[in-house]
Design a protein around this ligand. Structure first.
Ligand SMILES: [Mg+2]
Length: 258
C-alpha cells in the first residue's frame, strides 16, 4: 500500500507541527463499523449461529487479518467473510450469495459514510490553523479511503498535508516528524486513541493531547504509557487549541524522557 503525503508543502525551519488523527477524533467512524457488526451478527444468528461465539470468531479473524491487510473497509469486510465461513462451515450457494450482497453494502457503508464532525472540531481546527501552526492529518488505513473521507470533510483548507500510514507506531511517528521537517519535541499529536495516537507519539518525545471518544473501537484502548511529556486530556476538540497554545510546560521544558 502506498504510504506518504498526498498533499505536500515545504515546511519552514523550526516550525511547530500539529499532527491530528482523523477517525473518531475529527469525525465519527467507529459507529459505522459497530452498525455493520450488529447486522452481521443478526445475519449469522438468523442462520443458526450463536451470536456471542460468532463475535468472538470475528475478533479472532481481525487479529489475524489486520497485520496482513491493514485497517479500513476492505480489510474489515475480508474479516467478516473469513469469520462467516468459519462460523457457518460450508454455506449453501444461496447463503453465500446473500452474504456477498451484505458484504458489498457493508463495505460501501463504511467506505462512503457521511462525515459527521465531532463537537468543536471545525472551530478547533480553524483556531489551530489561524494560530499559524502547521497541521498534518495523520491517519492509519487505506490511502484512497482515508483521503476520500478527508476530501469530504470540509476541513481540507486548514491542513498543510495528509499522511496515511499502515500502522501508528513509534517508527511511523518518527518518519512523520522527519517528513514534516520538525524534531519530535516541536510536534504535537492530537487523537482519540491511547494505543495509536498517544503512546507511540509520547515514546518519541512528542507532546500529546488526548480527546477521548465516547464509543471507541475496543482495539484502540490502552493504558497511557508513562514516558515522555505528560498527555493533556480534554473533553472535546474545542479545548484542543487552548491546550496547545497555552501549554505551560513550553515555558519551562523538562527532560523529554524519563
Ligand atoms: Mg482515531
Amino acid at each position: 500500500m502506498p504510504e506518504g503525503e498526498s498533499i505536500t508543502d515545504e515546511p519552514s525551519d523550526d516550525q511547530r507541527v500539529v499532527f491530528i488523527d482523523a477517525d473518531d477524533t475529527l469525525w465519527e467512524n467507529n459507529r459505522w463499523f459497530t452498525r455493520v457488526i450488529e447486522e452481521w451478527v443478526t445475519f449469522v444468528v438468523d442462520l443458526g449461529a450463536d451470536g456471542e461465539a460468532a463475535l468472538f470468531t470475528l475478533h479472532e479473524e481481525e487479529d489475524r487479518n489486520i497485520p496482513v491487510h491493514g485497517y479500513g473497509a476492505r480489510p474489515f469486510v475480508h474479516s467478516l467473510r473469513t469469520a462467516f465461513t468459519r462460523v457457518l462451515g460450508e454455506p449453501t450457494d444461496t447463503t453465500r450469495a446473500a452474504f456477498e450482497a451484505f458484504a458489498q453494502r457493508a463495505e460501501l457503508m463504511i467506505r462512503e459514510h457521511p462525515i459527521d464532525l465531532l463537537p468543536g472540531v471545525y472551530d478547533g481546527v480553524t483556531a489551530l490553523a489561524d494560530a499559524g501552526l502547521r497541521l498534518v492529518l495523520l491517519t492509519k488505513g487505506q490511502q484512497d479511503e482515508q483521503t476520500a473521507k478527508f476530501a469530504r470533510s470540509t476541513l481540507t483548507h486548514l491542513f498543510a498535508s495528509v499522511r496515511v500510514v499502515n500502522e501508528k507506531d513509534a517508527a511511523a511517528y518518527r518518519a512523520a516528524a522527519h517528513a514534516a521537517g520538525a524534531s519530535p519535541e516541536n510536534c504535537w499529536m492530537v487523537g482519540n486513541s491511547p494505543r495509536s495516537d498517544i503512546n507511540p507519539a509520547r515514546e518519541i518525545g512528542m507532546r500529546t493531547v488526548h480527546v477521548p471518544h465516547a464509543a471507541p473501537w475496543h482495539r484502540e484502548l490502552a493504558p497511557l504509557v508513562n514516558v515522555g511529556p505528560a498527555t493533556i486530556v480534554v473533553a472535546t476538540f474545542a479545548d484542543v487549541p487552548r491546550a496547545i497554545l497555552e501549554d505551560p510546560s513550553r515555558r519551562d521544558r523538562g527532560p523529554l524522557l524519563g
